[in-house]
Design a protein around this ligand. Sequence first.
Ligand SMILES: O=C(O)CCC(=O)C1=CC=C[C@@H](O)[C@@H]1C(=O)O
Ligand SMILES: [Mg+2]
Length: 368
Amino acid sequence: MKITEITIRHLKMKLKDPFTTSFGTFEDKEFLLLEAKDEDGTIGWGESVAFHSPWYNEETLKTNWHILEDFLIPLLLNKEISHPDEVNKIFEPIRKNNMAKSTIEGAVWDIYAQQTNQSLASALGGKKDKIEVGISIGIQKSIDELVTIVDGYVKEGYKRIKVKIKPGWDVDVMRTLRQKFPDVAIMADANSAYRLEDAELLKQLDEFNLTMVEQPLASDDIIDHATLQKQMKTPICLDESIHSLEDARKAVELGATKIINIKIGRVGGLTEAKKIHDYCESQGIPVWCGGMLESGIGRAHNVALTTLSNFILPGDTASSSRYWEKDIIEPEVVAEDGYIQVPQTVGIGYKVNVDTVESYTVDKKIYR
Ligand SMILES: O=C(O)CCC(=O)C1=CC=C[C@@H](O)[C@@H]1C(=O)O
Ligand SMILES: [Mg+2]
């Protein structure tokens, strides 16, 4: 396979529900979409999960465009490759910038799956024909509002409820949710809002039988999470701290985590995501697929990855309709009673509606 043309588009899609983070509240999702064409004219799609601002990690939409245009595309364009696993090797001279690397590698995987006449799930070695999914809910104005939202999603059949916590919005919130929903799988995502000094407070969460507490401490930490895990019954799940197989190995060996949230973009692509999955499986560490408010293309990649055997916990890949009035794929991703049927057609398994893509496109550049 030889990639002969790449198109980068900057899309701006209005979110149905504003997304609140430590950086503020976003009404829109702005992200890069990458369309790769090979010498036979086969087209593959990849999505950058880098946000418009560097609040989740150091990458942004603009840094991704720069790294893709000035380094990754020149390295890959018109180079003969036989398998997507080679892309990581070609990108080795470029440090970090995992989300930029993942954007282009995902498109190569899509082309490879089409050329080998199989679904992306099958190309990755996935066997499931449906995947279990949960829902991630942002911080709300009041606990009552949160309870109403959770109630709606539980009634829709989502298998796991993820809520964000931060100092002042944690123990009381989780106590109320557990009282209202005694039998629902509930987890908390702290997005590094706490310090090791908060251990006594975090230990209070052990009372609520949570499935996990995600990334309670610093986004570049492993050692303090190991200290905290020794003091908590609730399993710690790492997200932002894990950028590679090596990070996962060190975290597991140090006892810093009992569960890993795999996000394809954060770890540099599907090849590395699969390596982390396989290592965790060998160590008895369950994994699940995190979300980054993806459009249908990133959502499709997440669905395919989640078909691998050790994705045994529900992920954050909810229905397209939770995020978008109109997604850019047909059919849209639909979770019914907490399950998504895995498309068996070749490639990512969903048709990309290019007219809809163009309707959301605010900037575009073609590289040959
Ligand atoms: O895609 C989804 O719906 C999940 C989004 C989500 O929970 C997150 C996205 C990015 C950073 C965090 O806020 C959180 C996470 O850490 O998983
Ligand atoms: Mg997280």
